[in-house]
Design a binder for this molecule. Structure first.
Ligand SMILES: Nc1ncnc2c1ncn2[C@@H]1O[C@H](COP(=O)(O)OP(=O)(O)OP(=O)(O)O)[C@@H](O)[C@H]1O
Ligand SMILES: [Mg+2]
Length: 272
């Protein structure tokens, strides 16, 4: 069980803050004025329909995208104004599990996990090997260092990608859809891993997910986004008890009459 903590009154200082972020691509407004703090050492779960700006929001945190307006802060450092070489330090301290999970297919599992160590540290080859083996044990796929990613299941590949995103001992890990495509048991393994990383290494986690079961298992605090804005944020109970129609339907997996109407119209359109 997670300790019951942060309510909306949680006073844990944020390690990362977004201030009034807007971001458009051509005519498409992806973020429409997002202000959000991520409490240090806590797990924040970000929910919201496809296309509402979740991945775009995460990419601002490590400077992969820059805002049109607004500010991104990592502790007392202003991230959105940093030059590329300054961002290297932020990206060492913030691990990122990408939505596509992309491992390098031409590298072994071990080389994949060792990659950030080669890029960012000068530790010896022996130490690298030891660290890779330790990571593989931590994520529950020991002894796979010599395998190729193509020889592993989707769930195993997710865990390897997770190992790679935490190999540098980051203070924060961003997870974009860590359980998508996994069966409920494998999803639970990932959820338990996220909890363990928080417990043992005090990692701050920011988890984007459509997986409501996982969301309630791991969240200290939750955020619901819609159309580039924040609809609701607070502790999981606030979400369990909300009577906001959009959020209720999202959590329960129920389409609105309008959303179902689109489907009916399309079928009728195809008939004629
Ligand atoms: N690099 C880009 N260039 C142009 N448009 C983009 C780019 N990245 C995102 N978008 C647009 O910004 C909006 C938000 O995209 P985003 O990837 O953040 O959605 P999401 O909430 O992560 O959705 P999903 O749950 O499907 O992953 C979408 O309309 C998307 O098409
Ligand atoms: Mg996304």
């Amino acid at each position: 069980m997670k300790p019951s903590n942060p309510s909306s009154g949680d006073t844990t200082p944020p390690i990362i803050r977004l201030e009034s972020i807007t971001k458009a691509f051509g005519g498409v407004r992806a973020l429409n004025g997002i202000s959000l703090g991520f409490p240090t050492g806590r797990t924040t779960v970000v929910l919201g329909p496809s296309g509402c700006g979740k991945s775009v929001m995460l990419k601002h945190i490590i400077g992969l995208l820059r805002p049109d307006q607004g500010e991104v802060w990592f502790q007392s450092q202003r991230v959105d104004r940093m030059r590329e070489h300054e961002l290297v330090d932020i990206r060492r301290r913030v691990g990122f599990l990408f939505q596509q999970g992309a491992l390098f297919d031409s590298m072994t599992v071990g080389q994949n996990i060792a990659f950030p160590l080669r890029e960012h540290t000068d530790i010896s080859r022996a130490d690298r090997h030891e660290r890779v083996d330790h990571m593989l044990e931590l994520v529950g796929v020991p002894g796979t260092a010599r395998r190729m990613p193509s020889e592993l299941s989707g769930g195993q590949r997710k865990r390897i990608a997770l190992a790679r995103s935490i190999v540098l001992n980051p203070e924060v890990v961003l997870y974009d859809e860590p359980t998508t495509g996994l069966d409920p048991i494998r999803s639970d393994v990932i959820a338990q891993l996220i909890l363990r990383l928080q417990d043992t290494l005090s990692i701050t986690s920011i988890v984007v997910t459509h997986d409501i079961t996982t969301a309630f298992k791991i969240a200290d605090t939750m955020v619901m986004m819609n159309e580039g804005r924040i609809l609701l944020q607070g502790d999981p109970d606030l979400f369990r008890n909300t009577d906001d129609d959009v959020i209720r339907r999202f959590l329960d997996g129920r389409a609105s009459p309008e959303e179902l109407g689109e489907l009916t119209n399309n079928f009728e359109g195809n008939d004629s």
